[in-house]
Write a protein that binds this ligand. Structure first.
Ligand code: ATP
Length: 346
């Protein structure tokens, strides 16, 4: 549905050319929610603005719905952009216009007939749950309500694609949840393909099917959210995933426990695989697994758990226990022994 082929964007600065994007290729499939995550300055805004050509790539091709936008003359580009809605961190509402007018005016400008405008505004205000605010001004709304108006404004053009530029970054956690639920609903009920950029891993975790990690203008890793959570390859991806699971156990505790058996990080997908396997370990082997910290979290489709476990007992028994867990499909990582010389577990 959205394809970036070898897209680069170079800004000319006083210090010379700056590659905000460097040979980026992405393929977002129809109907999916695709996230791009990266730290500040990684190139996220430039990337999303290249999709609707708010920013024109210096090099490369951009396709939306099979049309190469980068090849269109201005008139046709304007038409093609109607298929692409966009929402922003700062909402971008007209302060002097009511909620109704904020949604209606852009429709009028793009030539939608008057009776159709009213029907659409009412329909999409109902979908975002703001029928009672139609005559309010933006200043009279909360951040979450402003973003709902912006979403209704985007949907009123009945786009095939919605671009979300850090849409929840200015919102508190509860409001973020509610807006993300609304994006999930829009994706599910209208089949709208969503491309979002964010620096927040919980956003990726909650709504995305696939994700690309961007750093210094380059995609350093991409894949399904599940694959990136369970087997991150690049250091930046690991940092993002770890940010959700930091354990912060005191070093003195870890040092003293390591003398009595290894400490390992277990990860598993689904509620059934990890915990029962761990419970079986104490019955099958002469080892006592103590959970030092842990979290089971919900990815869009699957529960995903990560536990830090101390295996108290003789090393030989701990080796067997860890091997057994791996056989049960549990990923075992970061095994720390007090004496590493004789341990290899495959
Ligand atoms: N118009 C511009 N002129 C010059 N440099 C720019 C311009 N726009 C962006 N840049 C630079 O391009 C790089 C990527 O910027 P971009 O805004 O895309 O990053 P980002 O990941 O969205 O960051 P943030 O999360 O802080 O918004 C940065 O080094 C930025 O300074």
């Amino acid at each position: 549905m959205i394809q970036l082929q070898n897209v680069s964007k170079v800004f000319q600065t006083k210090k010379g050319p700056l590659y905000a994007l460097s040979h980026v290729s992405l393929d977002v499939k129809r109907g999916e929610i695709f996230g791009v995550i990266g730290y500040s300055g990684a190139g996220k805004s430039t990337l999303i603005r290249c999709v609707n050509l708010l920013e024109r790539p210096t090099e490369g091709k951009v396709y939306v719905g099979g049309t190469e936008l980068t090849a269109l003359p201005d008139g046709k580009l304007k038409e093609a952009r109607k298929k692409i809605g966009m929402i922003f961190q700062g909402f971008n509402l007209l302060k002097t216009a009511t909620v109704y007018e904020n949604i209606a005016l852009p429709l009028k400008l793009s030539g939608v007939p008057k009776n159709e405008i009213q029907a659409r505004v009412e329909k999409y205000l109902a979908i975002v749950g703001l029928e009672d605010k139609r005559d309010a001004y933006p200043a009279q709304l909360s951040g979450g309500q402003k973003q709902r108006v912006a979403i209704a404004r985007a949907l009123a053009h009945e786009p095939e694609v919605l671009l979300s530029d850090e849409a929840t970054s200015a919102l508190d956690p509860d409001t973020t949840e509610a807006i993300l639920d609304l994006l999930l609903k829009i994706n599910r009920d209208f089949g709208i393909t969503i491309l979002l950029i964010t620096h927040e891993m919980p956003v990726i975790q909650k709504v995305c099917d696939r994700v690309a990690v961007i750093e210094s203008g380059e995609v350093v890793e991409s894949g399904s959210v599940l694959d990136l959570f369970t087997a991150p390859q690049h250091d930046t991806t690991k940092k993002f995933v770890d940010s959700l699971f930091g354990h912060n156990l005191p070093q003195s505790l870890l040092d003293s426990l390591r003398n009595k058996g290894p400490i390992a990080t277990l990860s598993f997908v689904g509620t059934t695989s990890g915990e029962p396997a761990l419970a079986a370990v104490s019955k099958k082997f002469d080892v006592y697994p103590n959970v030092l910290s842990g979290q089971i979290t919900q990815l869009k489709e699957h529960p995903y758990g990560r536990l830090t476990v101390h295996f108290q007992g003789e090393d030989e028994e701990a080796v067997k226990a860890i091997r057994y867990l791996k056989e049960q499909g549990v990923q075992v990582k970061g095994v720390e022994w007090h004496d590493r010389k004789h341990k290899r577990i495959s």
